[in-house]
Every structure is written in structure tokens, then in C-alpha cells.
Design a protein around this ligand. Structure first.
Ligand code: M6R
Length: 591
């Protein structure tokens, strides 16, 4: 789960490599490094830490013929300088950066040890570098060596490879990790996503699995097995890929507050005033399916839980599964199942694994992603895009609301009910009202700082809000948080309650109002503190916040919107890095 960049052609690589890595550090920020090759030889600069730390260490000018860079989320081997990329092969003939995980690294390592290779670090990447070098010594050139490497590697990789004797070339190979090439003027580039390349080109080529090849300053060669493959150029929507803070102090806050505009945009993107704008075949597939299975991870899984409620409302059998579980034990039921894969990034490894199973079976799958051209988007039968703009903060916020809103519009399209658009417009107003009261949410957040255990409860839609609120809180504030159905508290978790426990109870449903209040009372009786977040319909004096009215089927969105602010303010008062919480990365591209 790392980010890679690379370029070839004579020039100063300082800005390209370092700004490029900054834009990719959502993929990991444990260590970073760059290598540049020039008349003076191969120079590598690495740090344990973030790209900002690397910027302080690297020289002002990085002039050369070819350069590569890497920002790392550690999988094999702790974040040390030896394990930081770029990684040099034992005889210093190859320098590589790698995003992915090699599953058979142990057997390759044993083979290389037998061949006299020694290792400086603990990474699977060092094994790739050395195996490549070993293969090269038994091949007629680098391309043949890469071909052999591809045959031996199991797992995932996007590789940028410098061969010390050919500084006019930048080699690459890819499987199960994203890699995009950008065609420039007198220079060519590659990266894990298009963002680092946007200032240099608007001509991109997505590299497919098992493709490999090389770039020179004036040429791009792509191969699959023994054949050269034609180049398919694509463009990218630069506006939606912009990474700017626009005066905000953190991406998380900026992204929360983009939500109302994104929901409005979804309405216009998917409804033109007279009809819904989904493809007819997508709607036909959904209508004819008897079973809808949602697959996703993390926050996207919570959006899927709402999707299940929508599909059951339509009379379909529906379940949501966490992708990492389903991937190993696929549950497929019904006569005509259809899969909906939800992923902000479109690159989540566990979900990609599920999609391969689904595609092998030949089942229809709809992707709901925020990343056009991502692996999941490309491999789906039907693609739905959130168009929410780049989500930089590791904590997913605007994507959740956009996912739920898009599913709601989809249901509207299936039923031909245009009023869903009016309901979403009311929702936009409701979110703006919450933003107007964010100081009050800040006050609640300050109180939460006094507790070392936070419980979140809800029932029905409120349970989904509780789960997502809990994930947000633990992920960016590091306060131990757990979420339960309100009724489950007394079946075990209540044993943990003492005066250092706070209960955040989402209580927006009239039907379960009394039950949730009883659950809260039980906690209070055991010296826990309670914070009831209710809605206009069920508000009582003493509740800490009242969420504005929206139609019941979309009320998870304001509840989660509130909870995103809540986690944000707690993290802010704790003084932690809000956008880059410890141990995490934005895009989870390893299993
Ligand atoms: O890109 P995806 O939606 O597939 O990512 C899934 C999860 O990794 C992601 O939602 C994660 O849980 C977030 N950090 C939550 O804020």
C-alpha cells in the first residue's frame, strides 16, 4: 500500500518526484525516498518519516536522466532506512520502487540465498530487486528478465525499475496494483495514480495486469507476454483531481463541508429534470435480479448496510458482506444475484479479490466508486461514479454521504420516483444547518475528551450511523470506541461501563425512541455519561443535539455528517494529525 512515481528524460526531477510523492502520501507515510541517475551515478535519498521529511533532506536540484520515488506503508519489515524504497539490488544493477505485496517472497528468498544473494532489509521488494538481477544474469536483456520475474512473482506489484546501465530507460511491470503512464513532452512518466502527472501531461495510459515495458524520453513500449500492445490513451477530469486545501486547516474538514455540494451535483448528474440518467441496461439488470449482494470495506461497508435496506424495500433479498471475509468464503444466493461493489478509491485489494471471483463466475457487478479508471471501476459490468472530487483525508467523509445518496437516487430510478431528488435537496439544506451549528458539536467533542471508552448505539438506520460514527472516532482520535445495536448493550458490553465511559446514542427513529432512551438510562445508572443525538421528531430537553428533519430513508446521512464533525473536533483538541492518522493509509491496496 504505497505510492510510486517515476520519470525519464533529461531534467530537474525535484518538483516532479517530491510534489508527486506528496500527492500520493495518502497511500502511506511511514517512509519515503527518491533515486536519481545522472552523470555522477545513482543517488538515493531516503527518510523514515513522511514526504515532508524527505523534502527537507533532498537537495534543491535533482538533475538527471531518470528518477523514481516512493512513499511507503510498511507491510514486510518495519519502517527503517534499509526497508525504505527505492531499493537497490545486491550488485547495484537495479533500483526499484514497488507498491504491493509478494506472497511467495519466502521461497524466492530461499532460492536467492542459495544463489549467493544477501539481504540488507526485510522487505519483499528487496527480493524482487535481487530476483530481477539474478534473472537478468540468465537472460538476454532486461525485458526478458522482467518477463521471467512476472512468471515467478505471486501477489501484487506496480514496479518502476531503473537499470544502472540504461539511464535512458524506465522499466515497469504491473499486477493487482495500480499503475498509470503519462506521455509528456521530451519526458515520460508513471505513477500510482494520475494526480502527480497532471501538471505534466493530459495524455494517460492505464497499464493492465501482467503488462510490462519501458519508457524513454520519447517513446513508450508496453508488452503483454511476448507481444507489444497498442497504447490506449485516456484523459482525466483535472477539476475532480485537484488537491487543494482552499483555506481549510485540514482536508477532513474541507471534505466534510463539500458534502452538500456533492449531493446537489449527484442530483444533477443522475437526474436531468425529466428523467434519471442511468444506463437502461443497468436498470434492467437491477430490476431482473432477485438478490443484491453488497461487498465493501470500512466506511463503504457502512454505506452498503444502507444499500441493503434500500434493496429489501424494493422486495429483493439483500445482504452486505465485508469484502475481506467474502473473498475467502463467497456467499452467493438467489437465482439471479447481482453484486454492488462500493469503494471510494476503487483500489481496495480485498474488494478487487472479490471482483475477480464474481467476474470468474460471470455475474453482473455494479461498481460505485469515486475514482474513474480505478481497478474496480474498470472491471465492473456497470460503473457508477460519485464525482465527489479527490478525497485526501484518510478518514472517509464526503464519500460515505455520496455513496448513500447515489444509492437512494438509484432506487428512485428503479421505481421512477422523482421525489427522491426533492428529498435530497431537503437533505442538502439539513446538512447546511448542521454546519451552521458546528460550534455546538465542538462543545460536545470537548466533553468527550474526558472519557477513555466511547460506546455508540442505535437501532435500524441509527445503528448504521452509530457504526460509522464509531469508526470515525477510533480512526482519528485513538479513543477506544465500540458500536452496538442498542439492545445488545445489556447482553455483555454494559459490563465495561464506569465513570470513564461515555455513550453516544443515535436516536432519530420514533419507533425505537423509547427503547434507545431506556438503553441510555441503563448506562447512566452504572455511572456512564450519556450523549443523546436525536432528531426534531423525538427531541427532548437534555439531548445534546437535534438533527434537522429529512426523509427517514436518508437520515443516516445527517447523523453521520454530525459524527464526522464530532470526531474531527475531538481529534483537533487532542492535537493529533487529523488527515493522516497513525498506522493507516487512505487506500488499502494490500490484503
Ligand atoms: O476506498 P474504499 O472505500 O474501498 O476504502 C475502504 C476503507 O478502507 C475505508 O473506508 C476506511 O475504512 C476509511 N479509512 C474509513 O474512514
Amino acid at each position: 500500500m504505497c505510492g510510486i512515481v517515476g520519470g525519464v528524460g533529461k531534467g530537474n526531477y525535484h518538483d516532479f518526484l517530491l510534489n508527486g510523492l506528496s500527492s500520493l502520501d495518502y497511500r502511506g507515510y511511514d517512509s519515503a525516498g527518491v533515486t536519481i541517475v545522472n552523470e555522477g551515478g545513482i543517488k538515493t535519498y531516503k527518510v523514515v518519516g513522511t514526504v515532508e521529511d524527505l523534502i527537507k533532506k533532498a537537495p534543491e536540484e535533482l538533475n538527471g536522466f531518470v528518477g523514481i520515488g516512493h512513499t511507503r506503508w510498511a507491510t514486510h519489515g518495519t519502517p527503517t532506512l534499509n526497508n525504505a524504497h527505492p531499493i537497490v539490488s545486491m550488485h547495484k544493477e537495479f533500483v526499484i520502487v514497488h507498491n504491493g505485496v509478494i506472497e511467495n517472497f519466502l521461497s524466492l528468498r530461499t532460492k536467492l540465498l542459495e544463489e549467493g544473494y544477501a539481504f540488507k532489509g526485510e522487505t519483499d521488494t528487496e527480493i524482487i530487486a535481487n530476483y530481477l538481477e539474478y534473472s537478468y544474469h540468465h537472460s538476454d536483456g532486461v525485458l526478458t528478465a522482467i518477463k521471467k520475474l512476472i512468471l515467478r512473482l505471486r501477489g501484487s506489484y506496480a514496479l518502476a525499475i531503473i537499470h544502472a546501465k540504461e539511464p535512458d530507460k524506465l522499466y515497469f511491470a504491473k499486477k493487482n496494483s495500480p499503475l498509470i503512464i503519462g506521455e509528456g513532452q521530451g519526458m515520460n512518466y508513471l505513477a500510482s495514480d494520475a494526480v502527480p502527472l497532471l501538471s505534466y501531461t493530459d495524455k494517460f495510459i492505464d497499464i493492465d495486469d501482467l503488462q510490462y515495458g519501458f519508457l524513454t524520453s520519447s517513446d513508450i513500449k508496453i508488452f503483454y507476454k511476448n507481444d507489444e500492445v497498442p497504447k490506449h490513451y485516456i484523459t482525466k477530469n483535472v477539476e475532480l483531481l485537484k488537491k487543494e486545501l482552499n483555506g481549510y486547516e485540514s482536508y477532513m474538514l474541507k471534505e466534510i463541508e463539500e458534502t452538500p455540494a456533492i449531493i446537489s451535483r449527484l442530483c444533477t448528474n443522475y437526474f436531468d429534470g425529466t428523467e434519471f440518467k442511468f444506463s437502461k441496461s443497468l436498470i434492467r439488470s437491477l430490476k431482473s435480479a432477485d438478490t443484491i449482494i453488497f461487498l465493501s470495506c470500512g466506511t463503504s461497508y457502512h454505506a452498503s448496510l444502507e444499500g441493503v435496506r434500500y434493496m429489501r424495500y424494493l422486495g429483493k433479498a439483500s445482504e452486505a458482506y465485508v469484502a475481506s471475509e467474502w473473498a475467502y468464503e463467497p456467499v452467493i444466493f438467489g437465482k439471479k444475484p447481482l453484486f454492488i461493489l462500493i469503494s471510494q478509491s476503487g483500489e481496495t485489494a480485498d474488494l478487487i479479490k472479490c471482483q475477480k471471483v464474481i467476474n470468474d463466475y460471470g455475474f453482473i457487478n455494479i461498481s460505485v466508486t469515486n475514482t474513474p479508471g480505478s481497478s474496480i471501476d474498470r472491471e465492473s459490468t456497470h460503473s457508477l461514479l460519485l464525482n465527489a472530487g479527490l478525497e485526501v483525508s484518510v478518514a472517509s467523509t464526503k464519500a460515505f454521504s455520496a455513496q448513500v445518496a447515489l444509492l437512494a437516487i438509484l432506487v428512485g430510478a428503479i421505481e421512477n420516483r422523482f421525489n427522491v431528488i426533492d428529498h435530497l435537496r431537503t437533505l442538502v439544506d439539513a446538512l447546511e444547518k448542521i454546519t451552521a451549528q458546528k460550534e455546538n458539536i465542538d462543545l460536545i467533542a470537548q466533553k468527550l475528551l474526558n472519557y477513555n471508552l466511547l460506546f455508540f448505539i442505535g437501532r435500524g438506520n441509527d445503528l448504521i450511523a452509530a457504526k460509522e460514527a464509531c469508526l470515525k472516532m477510533k480512526e482519528i482520535t485513538y479513543i477506544h470506541s465500540e458500536a452496538f445495536p442498542g439492545g445488545e448493550m445489556k447482553h455483555g458490553p454494559i459490563a465495561l461501563i464506569d465513570h470513564k465511559t461515555a455513550l453516544i446514542a443515535f436516536n432519530c427513529e420514533s419507533m425505537t425512541n423509547a427503547a434507545i432512551r431506556n438503553n441510555a438510562k441503563e448506562v447512566e445508572t452504572r455511572k456512564g455519561s450519556i450523549f443523546i443525538v436525536s432528531s426534531e421528531a423525538v427531541y427532548r430537553g437534555g439531548d445534546v443535539f437535534s438533527l434537522p428533519y429529512v426523509k427517514p430513508y436518508i437520515k443516516v446521512i445527517p447523523a453521520v455528517y454530525f459524527s464526522q464533525y464530532l470526531a474531527y473536533f475531538v481529534a483537533k483538541h487532542k492535537g493529533v494529525n487529523i488527515d493522516k492518522p497513525r498506522n493507516l493509509a487512505k487506500s488499502v491496496t494490500v490484503e
